[in-house]
Design a protein. Structure first.
Length: 368
């Protein structure tokens, strides 16, 4: 899907608990100056009026009619039908709000709503990490190509989206990719997000440094401490990111087993990948034993870190060889190395979500 050359315009929204940021995308590029309005989350009528006002202001800036509205909005929700459920950070949304149908009625446009993890993954699959990986393989003469992607966002929470062969996996209950509810390896009675989030980094640092959690620093401060760029407990700082990486690696191992695609990491905490990836990869490259004591790899695939040059070389090289076709004098190329890769977003989460919203709307319209 070549969205970068598409002339259709889609109005978009970045919906936060405090502010709504409205914009419009054409050919994967923002074409208006973003309009920021307070979300007014405490008052449903005022919040809905703000949504209408924001999109109307964007519409007034456009020289041609948009073809759709498409944006990320927090769940739980019935996304295909545009109905928002009981939201934690937007308390006025209770009992189900038909947001999509309301906007469709007001603007006479198709409206598409998804969560940010889904749209992040879709943007990376359309114009970010997935094409980057395939171009890397093509440039280096490898016949290997990937079609599936797992997009992970690390920040206030632990989010994800899955794209399979160009299509976003939504699920029958709009619940595909709810990775935050996976079991926590270190604390099995808890979900994974309790160890994969900003609050997790702060909690572990406070515990290891012997301070009250209320005194803990930001993840950026803790990262700087681990690098020796800020005074503090370096060992505690490293442990905070290491524990996050271990639980993340366990969750990703389950996802890769089911999805078998490349993995891209984004979100605010992704900037600390140099501290997260070592324990994450150690977990993914680990092994199991059976009752006979036999050892086997945890994953079918070899995992390569595309943030490391050595791994990049090995990933693109693979293990290609020529084999003969039985009963003939012909031969074919065979690469027996099952592999995938993990890397950091090439777009940044915000841009990936915008492109994802844009591409999702165009893809849906083209199917109609």
């Amino acid at each position: 899907m070549k969205t970068e050359s598409d002339n259709r315009i889609v109005m978009t929204l970045d919906a936060g608990g405090t502010n709504f940021v409205f914009s419009a995308i054409q050919g994967n590029q923002e074409i208006v100056k973003p309009i920021t309005l307070p979300s007014n989350a405490h008052d449903l009528d005022l919040c809905l009026a703000t949504l209408t006002d924001g999109f109307q202001q964007v519409r007034n800036e456009l020289s041609q009619k948009p073809v759709a509205i498409s944006f990320a909005f927090p769940g739980p929700a019935d996304y295909p039908n545009g109905i928002i459920g009981d939201l934690g950070n937007l308390p006025s949304f209770r009992g189900g709000v038909a947001l999509g149908p309301m906007l469709q009625e007001q603007f006479d446009l198709p409206v598409f709503i998804n969560n940010d993890g889904d749209l992040f993954a879709y943007g990376e699959a359309i114009a970010g990490f997935l094409p980057f990986v395939n171009e890397l393989l093509e440039t280096n003469g490898s016949p290997k190509r990937f079609k599936n992607l797992i997009g992970i966002t690390l920040g206030t929470g632990f989010g994800a989206g899955v794209v399979r062969d160009g299509e976003l996996l939504i699920g029958d209950n709009s619940g595909a990719g709810e990775v935050w509810l996976m079991r926590n390896k270190l604390y099995p009675v808890m979900n994974a997000e309790e160890s994969i989030s900003i609050r997790a980094i702060q909690r572990v640092y406070a515990k290891e440094a012997g301070i009250d959690v209320d005194e803990s620093l930001t993840p950026k401060d803790i990262f700087d401490i681990s690098k020796g760029n800020k005074p503090g407990d370096k060992k505690a700082a490293s442990e905070a990111f290491s524990q996050m990486g271990e639980v993340l690696g366990d969750a990703l191992s389950h996802l890769v087993t089911l999805i078998d695609g490349v993995i891209v990491i984004g979100g605010g905490v992704a900037g600390a990948h140099s501290l997260i990836f070592p324990s994450m990869l150690e977990e993914m490259r680990g092994s199991y034993k059976n009752f006979k004591g036999e050892v086997f790899n945890r994953l079918v695939q070899q995992i390569f870190n595309l943030e490391e040059e050595h791994d990049v070389r090995e990933f693109v090289k693979g293990a290609s060889k020529e084999i003969t076709v039985p009963g003939s004098n012909k031969s074919i190329m065979y690469d027996p190395m099952a592999r995938t890769c993990v890397g950091v977003s090439k777009l940044g989460a915000s841009k990936a979500i915008s492109i994802g919203a844009y591409a999702f709307a165009l893809n849906a319209l083209d199917k109609q």
